[in-house]
Design a protein around this ligand. Structure first.
Ligand code: NI
Ligand code: MN
Length: 229
């Protein structure tokens, strides 16, 4: 399978002719090099409702007919817009045509903010995903603080690749992400959710060097860089 990092938390996966998009944020990201209209999708996985994770979800779903996988509240909200959805909730897993998806907890918030109307609509819990695709295990943490149950994922899953936020301020920073990587015992880590805005500027190369120092492997991927698993 091919995994491509598009900046912020956006990851696309191509496996056996299926296209999966996690947290599509292209049009609002100055650093993104892919246009939402060029994104292929059979499934769109959303960790939570913040704009930097789902800004382009509706447009891509409309253009492709992709099914959106999200927590019950967010999925239902998007179904009201006529989109195909598959609601899940924390701890649940489901076998999709491309592989298995387990929705994991994340410590963050999840809401849709309408600046014009000055309203905030809560969308249930934020989440992460443990994906089993082609016998490989991929963990996308979503936006989250460090939490101890990551050790459970590490003990019960043989994680090949983990996407962990390092931006700090809104999520874990690099120091906590190092602890997370250790608990997850991930064979490789890709830092995400950094450098998109001034508030989350980080040195991803330094983070990967620190991973190396604790005996783990990190890949500070450039935008649109690809990893094969
Ligand atoms: Ni967020
Ligand atoms: Mn975010």
């Amino acid at each position: 399978m091919k995994l491509t990092y598009h900046g912020q938390s956006t990851v696309t996966i191509e496996t056996n002719g299926q296209h999966i998009v996690i947290d599509p944020f292209f049009s609002g990201n100055d650093q993104a090099m892919t246009k939402p209209e060029d994104v292929k999708a059979d499934f769109i996985l959303l960790t939570h409702a913040h704009a930097d994770h789902m800004l382009d979800a509706e447009a891509i779903a409309k253009a492709t007919g992709a099914t959106i996988v999200a927590t019950h509240e967010l999925a239902t909200y998007l179904s009201f817009k006529g989109l195909n959805v598959h609601p899940m909730n924390l701890g649940g897993q489901f076998e999709f045509p491309f592989g298995k998806v387990k929705m994991t907890q994340a410590f963050h918030s999840s809401s849709i903010i309408d600046e014009e109307k000055q309203t905030i609509t809560y969308m249930g819990m934020p989440a992460g995903f443990l994906l089993t695709i082609e016998d490989k295990v991929i963990y996308h943490a979503g936006d989250t603080a460090l939490f101890g149950d990551m050790a459970l994922y590490g003990a019960h899953y043989d994680i090949d690749l983990a996407f962990l936020p390092i931006g700090d301020n809104y999520t874990m920073g690099p120091e906590d992400a190092l602890v997370a990587a250790d608990m997850l015992q991930a064979k490789a880590v890709v830092p995400v959710h950094y450098d998109t805005f001034d508030l989350i500027k980080q040195d991803a190369e330094a983070f990967c060097a620190n991973l190396e120092a604790q005996g783990q492997t990190g890949h500070a991927l450039k935008i649109d860089a690809l990893i094969e698993l």
